[in-house]
Design a protein around this ligand. Structure first.
Ligand code: AMP
Length: 534
């Protein structure tokens, strides 16, 4: 076989060659922006020239602080295809983390959306390597800013040449993109994605049993483009020329519902909180979602109640997926097998609510405390470990964390899982979140999901409470739905759980709170909950 480099250039060139008429839609500051892959390619060429003029050379880190927009997609391609590294900055990070990440990655230029300028202005004096800021906006005027030097994205693109020859000699093992993930302790950890890793990840996403995207799809990634390449959707969709919809700055559930209806979105992806919000809006106003084939949901466990509500109220399945920043990110996705069509609906739910089957191309195992392989019986819990061509082999410039998490050629996920005899993985918890009571594990995720099935509960998070006798006991922090705020009590929750979970797993305390603190990527921040309420 030929020694053909697996680089993002081939995705970009294919989109241009075959799909120049296919549409891209982006919610911009002053309206909807529409163009096609043909004009997109031309702008990517202009952008590559701009990057060269700004002194960006091979291997240089170029950061983005941006929403899901067409400009972000242009950066997704122009930066890696000329040989530099796209570093997507998480706009929900604390200032100290942002400073650490930018300095650690040694970012040279930052492309920033107009409304996110204050985030950079607040930290600018602490940035050691940044030589300039490019502001992205659709208005003629640049906003006032204390950042310097600043450039206008649109003006620079307008003045740049529309021709660019992307290099053909890029090494497939070179870094195309980077993303930092929050550590449970210490500073954030950087993950470097190679061209090869992203390329092969796209292949796996394309398979019909995974995301199964095709040219006929209209794809809207709601998961932020700063989080693990928006689960690979922008790259995968461009490769097969699917229409893409970008929800822009601060998308709320109403905006998303409107976009799904107007643009006839067929596949979209995001964390459970997003779909809970969509459901709430949908219940008040019926949108036309007849185009949608599936809602891909991951990043946190999907509550069964949410899955059922989507089936019953919208008639559209939620597909449960699992992955990590370190895994590019797709590791598993849950679809029932053909012979399961004969199973009862409840039996099928028991499969669908699991995190699913491992993606083609990856290997997974669950291991015990001494590293021994554990059986696939759907009951025994162990740490999930993963390896494969799009799994990070190390953390960027962090040998200590690499040694802890990438032992023996496997990524140790810190997630505790079972694997059943059909091969379906069920994540029971993250190591730090398991509750050990009298030597036995209680899954806080299971408890949370069961509590969240109560009609009066908006959200619930379960944390471990220290206990003299049992070591730890579960405590449930519950946010009632507004209409249940006055009436919902501890007894209601416990009565609801009675018969659904083993007696010894019942929470010792139910605490009613206003809201559950979230991490920068919208997950329950249990660290903060523990600090606040224990
Ligand atoms: P991140 O790197 O921020 O995407 O976080 C990855 C972690 O989120 C995983 O290690 C899991 O603990 C959790 N996670 C991701 N997807 C799921 C899922 N479908 N169910 C349960 N936990 C998940």
């Amino acid at each position: 076989m030929m020694n053909y480099p697996l680089t993002l250039k081939s995705i970009l060139e294919r989109a241009k060659m075959l799909y120049s008429k296919k549409e891209l839609v982006s919610r911009d500051y002053s309206g909807t922006f529409r163009y096609d892959y043909g004009r997109f390619y031309e702008r990517v060429c202009r952008l590559a020239n701009v990057l060269e003029d700004l002194g960006v050379n091979r291997g240089a880190r170029v950061a983005t602080l941006a929403w899901n927009t067409h400009r972000h997609l242009e950066l997704y391609f122009a930066i890696p295809c000329l040989g530099a590294v796209l570093h997507t900055l998480n706009l929900r990070l604390f200032q100290d983390q942002l400073i650490y990440i930018i300095n650690h990655a040694e970012d040279t230029i930052i492309f920033v959306d107009r409304d996110l300028l204050p985030l950079l202005e607040a930290v600018k004096d602490k940035l050691k390597t940044v030589k300039g800021f490019v502001i992205m906006t659709d208005s003629q005027e640049l906003p006032d800013t204390s950042l310097s030097p600043v450039y206008s994205y649109e003006q620079m693109l307008a003045e740049a040449s529309p021709q660019y020859n992307f290099p053909s000699d890029l090494d497939e093992w070179s870094t195309a993109a980077m993303c930092y993930t929050t550590a449970t302790t210490g500073e954030p950890k950087g993950v470097a994605y190679t061209h090869r890793g992203i390329f092969l990840h796209c292949f796996s996403c394309l398979s019909a049993d995974m995301m199964g995207l095709s040219e006929r799809d209209t794809v809207m990634a709601v998961v932020p483009m700063f989080h693990a390449n928006a689960w690979g959707m922008p790259y995968t969709a461009a490769w097969i020329g699917a229409k893409q919809v970008f929800p822009g700055a601060r998308p709320d559930p109403k905006i998303l519902c409107q976009l799904i209806q107007d643009e006839k979105v067929t596949v979209t992806a995001g964390v459970p909180t997003i779909w809970m919000g969509i459901l709430e809006v949908f219940e008040k106003q019926a949108y036309d979602f007849s185009s949608v084939k599936s809602f891909i949901c991951g990043g946190s466990a999907v509550p069964l109640s949410l899955m059922k509500a989507f089936d019953e109220k919208l008639g559209i399945p939620i597909l449960h997926a699992y992955g990590m920043t370190e895994t590019t990110p797709l590791v598993t996705l849950s679809r029932t097998k053909s012979y399961m069509d004969q199973w009862t609906v409840e039996e099928q739910y028991r499969v669908r609510v699991k995190q699913g089957l491992v993606a083609p191309g990856l290997e997974i195992k669950i291991i015990g405390e001494n590293g021994e392989d554990l059986p696939h019986d759907g009951k025994i819990m162990g740490e999930l470990i993963v390896r494969g061509p799009w799994i990070a082999g190390e953390y960027y410039k962090n040998p200590q964390k690499s040694a802890e998490c990438m032992k023996g050629g496997w990524l140790h996920t810190n997630d505790i899982a079972t694997i059943d005899d059909e091969g379906y993985i069920a994540i029971c918890d993250r190591t730090k979140d398991l509750i050990k009571s009298g030597g036995e594990w209680i899954s806080s995720v299971d408890l949370e999901n069961t509590i969240m099935a109560h009609p009066g509960v908006a959200e619930a998070a379960v944390i471990a409470m220290p206990h003299e006798k049992w070591d730890e006991r579960p405590m449930a922090c519950v946010v009632p739905r507004p209409e249940f705020r006055e009436s919902l009590g501890e007894e209601d929750i416990l009565n609801f759980l009675d018969g659904k979970v083993a007696k010894w797993m019942m929470p010792d305390r139910v605490l009613f709170i206003e809201e559950i603190p979230k991490t920068s990527v919208g997950k329950f921040n249990k660290k903060e909950l523990r600090q606040k309420y224990l």
